[in-house]
Design a protein around this ligand. Structure first.
Ligand code: PHE
Length: 339
């Protein structure tokens, strides 16, 4: 038994086989176990002899088994290490890195600019109350100017915000002027009931700004917007303001930026006039201040609203606003931040 078993143990290639051999010899019903058990039938003189002989064989076999196990383990580790060798000369697998959406890149840039000037960035709900989206902004029910912003109503009082101005209304209402002026921008998505085409999307973005303090003038507004135009479109840019109408500002202005060549080759966003309209702005209407509980005789301010979608279209020569929302990876990849 001993010789045969030792041979088998040496031949065994995996721990399971070894274990089977062990059970066969030393298990409950194993051959050696049987011999040891059979000792009670022996005479007292035979017992110690047979006993020590059987025990020595058992120990020898046990030793052989653990040795073989050790050997196999060493073997296995060696094989594993061999397989795991890394060939450092192989070319790397490219990591598919993402990047912020081009609109987010434009908004980030605007946010950085305004943070640098001490503005606060404020978020608000996209599902908004009529009260904040219109009423508080000097647009009572039945006001004809509501037609300027075709609205998705959810109920009579709840709607998808058509502008980010309601965030200003909410902030004005709670701002504590004893702690300083109000300077904020509110970037975000807005919704209008438009039929989508190259220049219209039922969902787009706005960044609106609001400053309220004592002694704010239109010159402050113009200086701020000029900085926006120069930061986003280039130092050589100029702006001009044309009289316009918004219900929440008086006076109101549409703001043009001087024409320019955009990112891609041969892409020139120039109109005959040499100017392109980029945003709306004005001095906050006294009614808006009053409705927010602000003393319009002491405080005043300016507000503006710009569309990052339009900015990005002009800057990068994108001729269809829908490109921003189709999420075609081939389109989006063009705006790698390194470029
Ligand atoms: N909220 C306005 C709009 O969407 C833009 C705007 C904001 C105009 C602030 C003037 C002042 O039309």
């Amino acid at each position: 038994i001993k010789q045969k078993s030792l041979k088998n143990i040496q031949k065994a290639q995996d721990p399971n086989t070894i274990n089977d051999i062990r059970v066969e010899l030393l298990g409950k019903k194993g051959a050696i176990t049987e011999v040891l058990r059979g000792m009670r039938d022996l005479t007292p003189e035979e017992r110690p002899k047979v006993g020590s002989f059987a025990n020595s064989i058992r120990d020898e076999l046990n030793q052989a088994i653990s040795k073989r196990n050790e050997m196999l383990e060493i073997d296995r580790t060696a094989k594993k290490l061999e397989k795991e060798t890394i060939d450092v000369t192989l070319p790397g697998v490219p990591v598919n890195a993402g990047q912020p959406h081009i609109l987010m890149q434009v908004i980030d840039k605007i946010e950085k600019l305004f943070l640098g000037m001490g503005y606060e960035i404020v978020d608000g709900p996209e599902v908004e109350e009529d009260h904040y989206n219109f009423e508080m902004l000097n647009l009572p029910k039945d006001h004809p100017a509501r037609d300027m912003q075709d609205t998705f109503y959810i109920t009579q009082q709840i709607l998808m915000r058509t502008q980010t101005s309601p965030v200003q209304a909410r902030t004005m209402e709670v701002h504590d002027f004893s702690k300083g002026p109000l300077k904020m921008i509110s970037p975000g998505k807005v919704y209008r009931r438009d039929t989508d085409d190259a220049t219209h999307s039922h969902q787009f973005h706005q960044v609106e700004g609001l400053v309220i303090d004592k002694h704010i003038t239109m010159a402050d507004l113009k200086g701020t917007l000029e900085l926006v135009a120069k930061t986003l479109f280039g130092k050589e840019r100029e702006i001009r303001m044309r009289p316009s109408y918004f219900p929440f500002t008086e006076p109101s202005a549409e703001v043009d930026v001087s024409c320019f060549k955009c990112g891609g080759e041969g892409c020139a966003v120039c109109k005959q006039s040499g100017w392109i309209e980029v945003l709306g702005a004005g001095m906050v209407h006294p009614n808006v201040l009053k409705m927010a509980g602000i003393d319009a005789d002491i405080y005043g301010g300016f507000a503006f609203g710009l569309g990052p979608d339009r900015f990005a279209m002009l800057k990068y020569g994108v001729d269809d606003i829908r490109e921003f929302y189709l999420n075609d990876i081939r389109f989006l990849r063009q705006f790698s931040q390194k470029g």
